[in-house]
Ligand binder design. Structure first.
Ligand code: BT5
Length: 263
C-alpha cells in the first residue's frame, strides 16, 4: 500500500528527492547504498514494510505493511556538523517528539538515547548510521520507525519495552502522511540547532524518567542502578548511582525500576 498522499507531502519538500519501496529489507540499507552511489544532502528513503528492519546493536525492528512509517533521511554533514555526528540520532528524537507534542498534542517524551514514548510506551525508534569514505563521513542516515495505526505494534514477540501506536494514544486515526510531513519539517527546522543550548534544553525538558530510579544496562551487559539526573550537552546520560557518584553513560538501555519507584 502506498502511503496515503505521499506525492502531495513530498511536493512540499522539493529539495528532498525520495525513493519509495513497497517492501525492502531496511530503509537504512537503501540509504547507505544511495550515499555510496553518490547523493546530495537531504535524500529520503521510505518503505511501507521492512523485512529486516533493525534497531541498535542489530536488534530487530518490526514494520508491518500498511500500518507504520519507516523512513531514512540522508544528511551530508557540514564541517561543523562533523564535530558532533552522534547528535544526529538525537535530532531525530527531538523532531519526532516535537511533532507529537506540538502538532498532535500527545504527551511525547524522549527515552535516552533515542526512543520516543507516549504515556511511557514506545511509539518510535531511531537508528542513526554513518557511511564512511575512508576516514571521512560520506553521509549520515537518520532512520525513523513510527508505529502509526492499530496493527503496527508487534505481537507475539518479546519486546524489550512496552510499545504502543499513534492511533491507540490519540484515540483517532492520524494519517501517516501528516506525521511524515510534520517530522520532516521539524528535522529541517532543528538541524541548525544541533548542539545548541535550545536543543539541549528541549531534550532535557522532554527526557523520560528524569528524577526517577532507573537501571541502565551497558553494552557490556553490566547493570547500574541510580537516579536519572539528566543528559549532558554531548548527549551522554547522567545517573546518580546508588553509591552517590554522578556518572555519565554514552551507550546502554535504560529501564525504570518499578519495584523501587512503586514502593
Ligand atoms: C530502535 O532500536 O528502536 C531503533 C529502530 C529504528 C527503526 C528504523 S525504521 C527505518 C530505519 N530502517 C531500519 O532498519 N531501522 C530504522 P532499539 O532501541 O535497539 O530497539 C529495538 C527493540 O525494539 C527490539 O529489540 C524490540 O524489542 C523492540 N521493537 C521492535 N519493533 C518494534 C516496534 N515496531 N514497536 C516497538 N518496539 C519494537
Amino acid at each position: 500500500m502506498l502511503i496515503e498522499n505521499l506525492a502531495a507531502v513530498m511536493d512540499s519538500f522539493p529539495e528532498i528527492p525520495y525513493k519509495y519501496f513497497q517492501e525492502t529489507t531496511s530503509t537504512n540499507d537503501r540509504a547507505l547504498e544511495w550515499i555510496a552511489a553518490g547523493c546530495n544532502d537531504l535524500c529520503l528513503v521510505m518503505a511501507d514494510s521492512q523485512t529486516h528492519g533493525r534497531g541498535r546493536l542489530d536488534r530487530k525492528w518490526v514494520t508491518r505493511p500498511g500500518t507504520a512509517l519507516a523512513f531514512s533521511l540522508i544528511f551530508n554533514p557540514t564541517d561543523e556538523e562533523r564535530n558532533h555526528l552522534q547528535m544526529f540520532s538525537l535530532l531525530g528524537a527531538v523532531a519526532v517528539c516535537q511533532a507529537f507534542e506540538s502538532r498532535f498534542h500527545l504527551p511525547a517524551q524522549i527515552k535516552w538515547p533515542n526512543d520516543v514514548l507516549v504515556n511511557r510506551k514506545k511509539l518510535c525508534g531511531i537508528l542513526s548510521e554513518i557511511q564512511w569514505n575512508q576516514d571521512k563521513p560520506a553521509g549520515v542516515v537518520v532512520g525513523i520507525g513510527i508505529n502509526v495505526y492499530e496493527g503496527s505494534v508487534p505481537r507475539g514477540e518479546t519486546l524489550q519495552f512496552p510499545a504502543t501506536c499513534v492511533e491507540a494514544e490519540a484515540g483517532r486515526r492520524i494519517s501517516r502522511s501528516s506525521i511524515l510531513k510534520t517530522v520532516l519539517e521539524n528535522l529541517l527546522k532543528w538541524r541548525s540547532g544541533i548542539g545548541s543550548n535550545r536543543f539541549h534544553q528541549y531534550w532535557l525538558d522532554h527526557l523520560a524518567f528524569r528524577g526517577e530510579l532507573v537501571s541502565i544496562e551497558t553494552t557490556g551487559k553490566q547493570v547500574f542502578n541510580g537516579l536519572l539526573r539528566g543528559v549532558a550537552q554531548d548527549g551522554s546520560l547522567e545517573i546518580e548511582l546508588d553509591s552517590g557518584k554522578l556518572t555519565r553513560f554514552v551507550m546502554g538501555d535504560v529501564h525504570l525500576r518499578p519495584e523501587v519507584n512503586d514502593a
